[in-house]
Design a protein around this ligand. Sequence first.
Ligand code: MSP
Length: 669
Amino acid sequence: MPKKFYITTPIYYVNARPHIGHAYTTIACDTIARRHRMLGDDTWFLTGTDEHGQKIERAAQAAGKTPQQFADEVSAQFRALWKHMGLTPDDFIRTTSDRHKKGVQALWRKIRDNGYIYKGTYTGQYCVSDELYVDAEPGAPCPDCGRPTETVHEENYYFKLSAFQDQLIRLYTEHPDFIRPETRRNEVLSFVRGGLRDLSISRSTFSWGIPVPDDPKHVVYVWLDALANYITALGYGSADTSKYEKYWPADVHMIGKEIVRFHCVYWPAFLLAAGLPLPKGITAHGWLLFEESKMSKSRGNIVRAETIVDVLGADALRYFLLREVVFGSDGSFSFDALVQRYNSDLANGLGNLASRTLTMITRYFRGEVPYPSHSAQTPADAAIADAAKKVIADFAALFDQYQFSRALEAAWGLVAAVDKYIVENEPWSLDEKKDEESRARLATVLYTSAEALRIVTALAHPVIPEATAKIWSQMGLGDIKKFDLTQLQWGQLRLGTKLGEVQAVFPRADKSAVERMQKMEESGASVVTGVSPVQPSEAKQPMAASTETKPAAKPAPAIPDGKISIDDFAKVELRVAQVKTAERVKGADKLLRLEVDLGTEVRQLVAGIAESYAPETLIGRKVVVVANLAPRKLRGLESNGMIVAASPEGGKAVLAGFLEDVPIGTRLK
Ligand code: MSP
């Protein structure tokens, strides 16, 4: 029998459209769910939307819509976005659905019948933004989020939270892994040790919620309503409880750190009161910061996932978030860092390793995985095999502790090792030699590289599913989803495997990618289909805190996929230049520092052609330069433009040039 694995995201409030903070949790859960599916576990991954409460009611009012209309629209945006991003939840629960309402009422009855609910009156402060009863003086701000609180005086139902203080403390101490990471566990422990007061669990001064059973002028407190989603989605309280029997308790509730108290104190107490099993664990991650503060709608500093997905692809966002942010801590987002990571780890890292390895096998062995000859083996091959075996074990251990960044670092360490191995073993020179010994060595080097590539690809699949599926099929291995990850071992790449067509999976992103994403954010343009923005006042604001709404950009004429317009091409200023000086860059084997004459000025460029051209052979040569490229620094040297060269896979760069003489500075168009 396969092991079951049940993972959940928080259900997201529908008062605002989704941003990459929401995407972050959902991506982390999607990645974990994908790995469990690859390991053969019977996996259930739940997400959804939290649609009741005063906050949503007010947001709908402000938008001039009924709460239901409003919730329908925003919930649809979440679903459309998750689909657009290729996320794979098994279910999407809405708290306004009938199945959920019935389940919440069943849970209420159970807790009530067990004697943990009583009627009372609440007078005190309430934070609508957090949907939280707070201990504060009238007029004082919320101690959690700093926003104004409101005085509430209403008849309501109370939950005997105080009755669970000791059981909860025992739970946290006997099961130290119940709350992860430890810092959050300690916070919760000291909160509960400080004493628990009974909790108001109904509201009677507004109506946007689930009616309390047998007393419909009350609605269920939105956090009790919301937390119950984790069981109502499995059919708790319905006629068919088979999913509940199969998957509950959850293996992990993944949440952001701001909702720890609700999940680690209230939720287990509700379950204990109802006599239901507790989740096995709750993991809280940190916040995604943008411009130093938590990305959130109310701060107006959000970045939408669509923008990144449309420009760099969903894999780029997934990889960036899991590699760059230490899971559990806060992490900063910036477009520059995103593009840098994308280029260094995906385009130049895994993407380049895949295309150079597979292209060489295609070219030198007619596209069939060659036979590694034992007689041609060197310690370098064994070192790669050993490194790969270690990565398989390390990746699993780190991933299981949700240390995604370190797991990816380990896997990319192997990518770098294989890259170095290829450079040092020079398959292209071995191919030129044509003798039997070189041929055997060439086969061994390419087999070793391809096998390491296969291993990284399988491990990285849950994180970057799209690209790895392509690499897998280019390697002739079929559908990666069918691969059993428990069987991943060194040496399983079958000899003679016929490769598919080799194509780049991560095209390099240039500086304009950052600008494009920034512009899309400013204009609010998006390709997620069928969903209109929530309301004019929520159209994406410029990222700097500002309250002005910018007009949406005029839509560009339709251009077929993968093509650019003539206007796009005209943006690239290609000019003829003449090399004046050339020298090697210290400590960088591949780089040359050049000074080129563009007719109107002499510029410094840094070019990665040192392995192809000795510096002295370039002096006086006419070359093609991208003259309007934004400057960038390479090894501390500013490069003002780019020299154009053909870069055959695994071979030497060849500079673009002219058969006839051309004046310096002439534009190419
Ligand atoms: N509706 C409640 C949760 C109920 S769960 C029973 C809620 N919703 S929310 O829309 O505010 O989403 C909160 C969750 O979204 C966070 O806990 C986190 O998972 C994710 N994030 C939203 N903004 C985020 C960041 N800036 N950074 C990281 N995660 C963020 O609270």
